[in-house]
Design a binder for this molecule. Structure first.
Ligand SMILES: Cc1ncc(COP(=O)(O)O)c(C=O)c1O
Length: 364
């Protein structure tokens, strides 16, 4: 059997006819940039999250950047974020010339470590960016408590966690302003590039609407230096269709993940431990083991796709060499980079494929 790490075609084929109909409507109305479909998506997604406002953007990277920008983060400020994430979490800080301070992650949950966050707070710290890595919520309560104690902003990076919950509340409703990516491979993915912020604060929502649209409050009234970070009409229309399926898809991901966790009994393998109160959406399913090279050869031999998330932590990337982080400065992140492997998880995997993956892993 041959099982790809991820197969977007299965979902695209399922949605194709409906998508074509909605795309046609956008063409008929010629609302290609923002417009009715994007406004509808903003309403639908804010309702889904239970957040007062959603502002639709052109990527998750833009969402993180405008989130920080709306809080007036500048060169003087330090922002704490985990090194164990996709690098875009860090870009947002760099774009504003603020200082990145990397925190390590917890050994068992692989989520931002509240103890390390506490150690890294200085007089200049202004915000913490928490990342719900792999679609599992981080320890929101402990991070929120720290942010309140030191009067810091909390920003949630929800790029991998659409629909995940923390004590029955959706992620993306705990931070002051939070970022989502709708990159095609995400649990809720566009047919291109897209992102959004969520917030309960009207002033922040209004400011981000101005910033995304060339700094315009109204046409040709530019109140500050702005950007072109608007969502396209096509993406809004497609996201409206896909949002209706999100809970069903997430449920199927949970079903597969639960099967992996109950049926993979190979003692060499460990799983990510879930934070108490967290209900994850398994954007990725990542296993940890010592002998990674032999393991991936075994997967290859049996036709199973895999990936590394991530092969190198951000603090050791060349782009951040100027920050002078040395090896062993964030030992858990560095260890995870050497010992983790992502195995296939997407809603369209068949039961037969899931069983085959479990058998192959148990026979390693
Ligand atoms: C954790 C995380 N943050 C930010 C991003 C950036 O989102 P985008 O690719 O939409 O810019 C991604 C995904 O790519 C991500 O996984």
């Amino acid at each position: 059997m041959k099982i790809p790490f991820f197969d977007l075609k299965r979902q695209a084929n399922f949605l194709k006819n409906e998508v074509l109909m909605e795309i046609e409507k956008v063409i008929d109305r010629c609302e290609f940039s923002l417009g009715y479909a994007v406004e509808e998506f903003e309403r639908n997604f804010s309702q889904y999250l239970g957040a007062k406002h959603v502002v639709a953007l052109n990527s998750g990277t833009s969402a993180l950047f405008l989130a920080l920008k709306s809080l007036n983060i500048s060169e003087e400020d330090e922002i704490i974020l985990p090194s164990w994430t996709f690098i875009a979490t860090a870009w947002s800080v760099s774009y504003l010339n603020a200082k990145i301070v990397f925190a390590d992650v917890d050994e068992e949950t692989w989520q931002i470590d509240p103890n390390d966050v506490r150690r890294k707070i200085t007089k200049k710290t202004r915000a913490i960016i928490g990342v719900h890595i792999y679609g599992q919520p981080f320890d929101v309560k402990r991070i929120l408590d720290i942010s309140k104690e030191y009067n810091l902003h909390l920003i949630e990076d929800c790029a991998q966690a659409h629909g995940a919950e923390y004590y029955q509340k959706k992620v993306g409703t705990f931070g002051i302003v939070n970022a989502f990516s709708f990159y095609p491979t995400k649990n809720l993915g566009s047919f291109g590039e897209a992102g959004a912020v969520s917030t309960n604060i009207e002033d922040i929502s209004n400011r981000i609407k101005i910033l995304r649209n060339q700094g315009q409050k109204q046409k040709y009234e530019h109140v500050e230096v702005g950007y072109n970070m608007r969502m396209e009409g096509f993406q809004g229309a497609i996201l409206n269709i896909k949002l209706k399926h999100l809970d069903m898809w997430n449920e199927r991901r949970r079903e597969i993940a639960n099967k992996y966790m109950s049926k993979i009994n190979n003692p060499k393998i460990t799983f990510q431990k879930l934070v108490e109160g967290g209900k994850g959406v398994y954007h990725l399913f990542v296993v940890k083991l010592k002998d990674r090279e032999k393991f991936v050869k075994h997967l290859e031999k049996f036709g199973i796709g895999y990936a590394f998330h991530y092969p190198k932590p951000i603090h050791l990337q060349k782009a951040y060499a100027h920050l002078n982080y040395k090896e062993n400065s964030l030992p858990v992140s560095e260890e995870l980079a050497k010992t983790t492997v992502s195995i296939p998880i997407f809603p369209e995997l068949t039961d037969e494929e899931v069983d085959y993956i479990i058998d192959v892993i148990n026979n390693f």
